[in-house]
Design a protein around this ligand. Structure first.
Ligand code: NI
Length: 239
């Protein structure tokens, strides 16, 4: 239960950076939303338009709570999967380039473009043994928002949607999870969907950058753990 003191701290934290965007910034955000819709709308592996909208909402919330630049965090969240390496043969440079060109075409400042491009490069998940901690607070917030969307009920749904798209088996008791130590290993991995929970999802809560995200992750993590436990019990006819 929250004490009054904590409540005050939380609400003053929320107000710390309740930035109002300029009308030019609002326009840029709106046009970027449309770009994402046009580009990722049909995507069905869990990196679709609505994933981006969820990450955007979480990133804005976390940015406000953490006192980060809301505009930069929002743009980076909107563009973070615009050309994901999973769909470009492992090329990590495509996303930042596409995002930069887009923001340039809207007349965005070089400083903002560079900040957003760095974040997009940093936020991609590259395997259990590979950690990239974004340098900026905005990057930390966007990475946290993206990771939170892999947890909870939505995280479970996305994990199975992704497995289905890449024709992975749901589960195979004879295939133990593999902790990928390099990005190369992770890219080539062909494991079962259930293993993905051990190889990625369960590790996320300890890899968050901000306290605001950790607070949200706790319940989402527990929910996924309970789901996997239940799944295995049903698998063996115990429930
Ligand atoms: Ni994402």
């Amino acid at each position: 239960m929250q004490t009054h003191e904590e409540e005050r701290v939380t609400s003053s934290k929320v107000q710390k950076n309740s930035t109002t965007l300029t009308s030019k910034q609002k326009q840029t955000v709106e046009k970027t939303v449309q770009l994402v819709k046009d580009t990722l709308g049909e995507e069905a592996s869990g990196h679709d338009y609505f994933h981006i909208m969820r990450v955007r909402a979480l990133a804005v919330r976390l940015a406000e709570e953490e006192g980060a630049d809301v505009y930069v965090a929002e743009l980076a969240a909107l563009l973070h999967d615009i050309a994901d390496w999973k769909f470009h043969g492992g090329d990590l440079s495509v996303g930042p380039r596409v995002a930069s060109e887009w923001l340039q075409s809207l007349g965005e400042s070089k400083e903002t473009i560079d900040r957003v491009a760095v974040i997009i490069k940093e936020v991609s998940y590259k395997g259990a043994g590979v950690t990239t901690t974004p340098e900026s607070l905005e990057g930390k917030v966007v990475q946290d928002a993206d990771r939170l969307d892999a947890l909870g009920a939505i995280g479970i749904a996305r994990t199975f949607a992704y497995g289905g798209k890449f024709e992975r088996q749901m589960y195979d008791p004879d295939q133990p999870p593999v902790m990928h130590q390099t990005f190369e290993e992770y890219k080539k991995a062909k494991g079962t969907t259930l293993n993905h929970f051990y190889e990625k999802i369960f590790l996320l809560k300890d890899r968050l950058n901000t306290d605001s995200a950790r607070a949200l992750a706790e319940e989402r993590h527990k929910y996924v753990e309970e789901f996997v436990e239940r799944f295995l019990q049903e698998w063996e006819g115990k429930k």
